[in-house]
Design a protein around this ligand. Structure first.
Ligand SMILES: *Cc1c(COP(=O)(O)O)cnc(C)c1O
Length: 459
């Protein structure tokens, strides 16, 4: 089929996630293939995968070892259920995962996406207290500006107004603790410090711990909320408070897990072990949808009993523990070891920091936040006052469109430009990508400081 026909069909039949389809109709894009850290569209134009195909990709595309792992597994079986039985790669992968996760996490519960892993963590921690006869403990504490996926449970513990507000009456209520957004508090409040935030959590737990099941939060860096790095000592402070008040800690490592931040899991930066931990995204190297909820043995044991005692965890999905996904996840973990990915990221992220520091002097770059290969560049209208660009200007969006033109793909979070290159990116590739970032930011934000054309009503 020729590319004009394909574009026409994509506009006629598809509805894309997190996409205003009017935008898509104006700027359609169809990817046909990928090689290394580049993607190619149906017209043959190449792009750097500057956001790891939405924060997933680790070793680049068409990695031989990963391709072969899937082919080999296909020669045996594609899928059988995990309900009441298991399969070979799901079992082997569980052992390998437990060996690399923080000590204390001993059990693997599979699902297919980060949001599901979060739903499972919510239901598990909720039922855990019921199974222990502590049925009052049924509330959750979350961070403002947090993101945990898009299903109803996951948005209930999330807190990004732009995405979540419209569903208000569908969600369950949570306690929200202000997240220490050091550059700018999201609501425009005065800057919240680490200690203020921890003090608010402590006073909440002091008064309400008898009715709180768990604290759920992202680990070290809030992702979709705008790439916001936690101050040192924040996560370990939270861990201490959860332990002190007998509340479970659920850490969402869906974005930060598997080397993204320069540690295998981001909580290692603070030496923290959560009671439950969710992972997804990088677990299969960005190949297939596998996610995991990890728990401690203590939580597992609270569900282990005679069937009649009604403590079973009644939750599962059709494709839980899929063999193809688990096989490629195993090959992914082998590559982590063979190619020393985590240390490589740690090393290359020092170089990346140098590259990014060149962007700091640009007149509309307000803040650059980085942990390993997880980067957010916050664009502002006025650097001194931190005044944002007007919402309607869609500055972040226009920068990413310009980037696309220049040969790199990413998605903005408002006016925060996300840079999440595949972990295997070389120093040369990082340099080229940061060069494109700089060029696009300059071209869009410094074009003679005239009012931006909003393109309202254009077709
Ligand atoms: C992406 C993400 C999720 C959701 O994962 P999906 O696989 O898209 O459902 C959950 N939590 C965090 C922190 C994420 O970044």
């Amino acid at each position: 089929m020729n590319s004009v026909d394909l574009i026409e069909k994509s506009k006629r039949y598809l509805w894309l996630p997190f996409t205003q389809m009017k935008d898509y109709d104006e700027n359609p894009l169809i990817i046909e293939s990928g090689e290394g850290i580049k993607l190619k569209d149906i017209n043959g134009k190449e792009y750097y995968d500057g956001f790891s195909s939405l924060w997933l990709n680790v070793h680049g595309h068409r990695k031989k070892e990963l391709d072969n792992a899937i082919k080999e597994q296909l020669g045996k079986i594609a899928h059988s259920t995990l309900l009441g039985m298991t399969n070979v790669p799901a079992t082997e992968l569980a052992e390998k995962l437990i060996k690399i996760t923080p000590e204390g996490l001993t059990r693997v519960f599979y699902s297919d996406s980060g949001a599901e892993a979060v739903e499972i963590a919510i239901k598990m921690s909720f039922q855990y207290w019921q199974n222990l006869g502590r049925a009052n403990k049924r509330k959750f504490v979350t961070m403002t500006n947090g993101y945990h996926g898009d299903t109803i449970g996951a948005i209930s513990v999330g807190s990004i107004d732009l995405f979540h507000q419209v569903y208000g009456s569908l969600m369950f209520e949570t306690y929200k603790v202000p997240f220490p957004y050091v550059y700018r508090h999201p609501s425009g409040d005065p800057v919240q410090t680490r200690d203020e935030s921890l003090a608010q959590l402590e006073s909440l737990l002091k008064d309400h711990h008898e009715e709180i099941a768990a604290v759920i939060m992202e680990s070290m860096m809030q992702g979709a909320g705008g790439m916001i790095l936690m101050p040192d000592g924040f996560l370990s402070g939270i861990r201490e408070l959860c332990t002190k008040y007998n509340v479970l800690l659920i850490l969402d490592e869906v974005a930060t897990g598997f080397g993204r931040t320069g540690k295998m899991f981001a909580c290692e930066h603070e030496g923290v072990t959560p009671d439950l931990m969710t992972v997804g995204k990088g677990i299969t190297g960005g190949y297939l949808p596998i996610a995991v909820t990890f728990t401690t043995e203590e939580i597992y044991q609270a569900f282990y009993d005679h069937y009649e005692n009604m403590k079973t965890f009644f939750h599962g999905h059709s494709y839980t523990g899929n063999q193809l996904g688990c096989a490629v996840a195993l090959a992914n973990l082998d590559l982590f070891q063979k190619e020393d990915i985590v240390n490589q990221v740690k090393r290359k992220s020092v170089y990346l920091e140098q590259l990014l520091s060149e962007l700091k002097s640009l007149s509309h770059v307000g803040d650059i936040r980085q942990l390993g290969f997880m980067v957010g560049i916050e664009l502002v209208k006025d650097k001194t006052t931190k005044e944002p660009f007007p919402f309607e200007a869609r500055t972040g969006y226009h920068v990413t469109l310009k980037l696309r033109e220049l040969g790199m793909l990413t998605r903005p979070l408002g006016d925060v430009i996300v840079f999440m290159p595949p972990l295997a990116s070389t120093e040369q590739e990082l340099k080229e990508m940061v060069h494109l970032l700089k060029k696009a930011i300059v071209l869009v934000t410094e074009k003679e400081e005239e009012p931006v054309e909003y393109e309202v009503g254009r077709r």
